[in-house]
Design a protein around this ligand. Structure first.
Ligand code: SF4
Ligand code: SF4
Ligand code: SF4
Length: 392
């Protein structure tokens, strides 16, 4: 049965991608101010397919995951890294959720929390130590952040695509978005780092039994996955798991059975907190563009390794501005999904900031020739155009 579903999905996805590509070309040719946005949507869809490829290409029900029942725990690309077993999937700093990805790619937030524990997993699954896995995941996080920076957020993250689709739906319904005040936005921006610190410290406190055999919080031995606290509140997990269940890749009974236990909130696939947060983020992101990205700890982690200290100098993708060409028309500020104001406020040069998701909507919409540009390794690859003149 699963093979038939997989085969049908393979064909459906291939046809959908071809149609989406054709549509993208039509919009590309016709619309001057949406060319890059159309390309971005297409790349986001292809990225989602690649991230969740393990679900589609199978094989399903590998022996080593048999104890998980009907849930597909497939090993596609991430089986080995540097010749060492690495069965959780390739580390990718996006919300490519561990619980639903089919193990092609896995969210680095899950990996960092889990690999803090030296005895996480069993020897049949891993032959690397927790420290080795932690080093690989951290190394890949830093490397990808330097190479791609928050381009991963603007163009690759499946949860980012979800929020962009909500925005497209709102626009189609002709409902206006809400704009947060600069002060609120700044508070949200700073809170990312507090969230990262809180959950890493919580991981260690709740997992002390696994790390050092000492239980700091009573009953934590009952919650097998309490040592991965962020995933128990992450809105991406229930979204992808529910979609996976709806598509028939995971047994819904299995997902629900995993939430029943002595510690009711420590469900493995769906928790009530997860679901409430997903609901709030969904409603919020419908009205406020990329709402979750403004507090997302993963976006914050990528920003740490691409926009601060020595990383800022060596990060590859940058947004730059030529001050003399800017007329302060304010378009860049208005069209920016996470409401970045620095592109408007700052003087020329590198105007990339930690809250910028490198979607390049501002570059696409700035109506002054060469005022904003995208640079890769110091070379401009895309510049703003005088599209007003072209449309006259
Ligand atoms: S900020 Fe978080 S949710 Fe938003 S695109 Fe980046 S990783 Fe995804
Ligand atoms: S859209 Fe371009 S010209 Fe207008 S304020 Fe922004 S950078 Fe300046
Ligand atoms: S500043 Fe420009 S590239 Fe950055 S998030 Fe805003 S619109 Fe996108």
């Amino acid at each position: 049965m699963l093979e038939i579903i997989a085969e049908t999905l393979r064909i459906t996805i291939a046809v959908a991608l071809i149609l989406a590509g054709m549509l993208a070309i039509v919009i590309w040719v016709r619309n001057n101010t949406r060319k890059l946005s159309t390309l971005r949507l297409f790349v986001q869809i292809v990225a989602v397919v690649l991230i969740f490829l393990g679900l589609i290409i199978g094989p399903f029900g590998q022996d080593q995951w048999e104890y998980l029942g009907t849930a597909p725990k497939d090993i596609a690309i991430g089986k080995e890294i540097f010749g060492r077993p690495y069965p959780d999937g390739l580390t990718v700093p996006t919300f490519s959720c561990y619980y639903a990805s089919g193990r092609t790619a896995t969210c680095v937030v899950w990996q960092l929390q889990s690999y803090l524990f030296p005895d996480f997993g069993t020897s049949s699954v891993y032959s690397t130590s927790g420290v080795e896995r932690l080093a690989i995941a951290t190394g890949l996080l830093i490397l990808m952040s330097i190479i791609f920076g928050r381009f991963l957020c603007g163009w690759i993250c499946p949860f980012g695509l979800y929020m962009d689709l909500l925005t497209r739906l709102r626009k189609a319904l002709k409902i206006k978005h809400w704009t947060l005040s600069d002060r609120t936005n700044e508070v949200l921006r700073q809170s990312r780092y507090l969230i990262i610190a809180t959950f890493l410290i919580l991981s260690v406190i709740l997992g002390m039994r696994a790390i050092a055999g000492v239980e700091l919080v009573s009953e934590t031995e009952l919650g097998r996955y309490l040592e991965i606290p962020f995933c128990q509140v992450c809105p991406a997990k229930p979204l992808f798991v529910l979609v996976e269940g709806a598509l028939g890749f995971m047994d819904v009974d299995y997902m629900l059975s995993q939430t029943i236990g002595d510690f009711a909130l420590t469900g493995w696939y769906l928790t009530s907190i997860n679901l409430v947060i997903l609901g709030v983020v969904t409603v919020g992101s419908f009205k406020i563009r990329r709402l979750w990205c403004r507090i997302c700890p993963l976006g914050g982690l990528i920003a740490i390794f691409s926009r601060f200290g020595p990383f800022k100098k060596i990060s590859l993708i940058k947004l730059t501005k030529v001050e003399e060409k800017c007329t302060k028309c304010g378009i860049c500020k208005r069209v920016c999904p996470p409401q970045v104001t620095e592109v408007y406020d700052d003087k020329g040069g590198d105007v990339t900031v930690s809250s910028c998701i490198l979607c390049f909507r501002c570059v696409e919409m700035c109506p002054y020739e060469g005022c904003l540009q995208v640079e890769v390794a110091g070379k401009p690859i895309y510049k703003s155009k005088n599209w007003l003149k072209e449309e006259e």
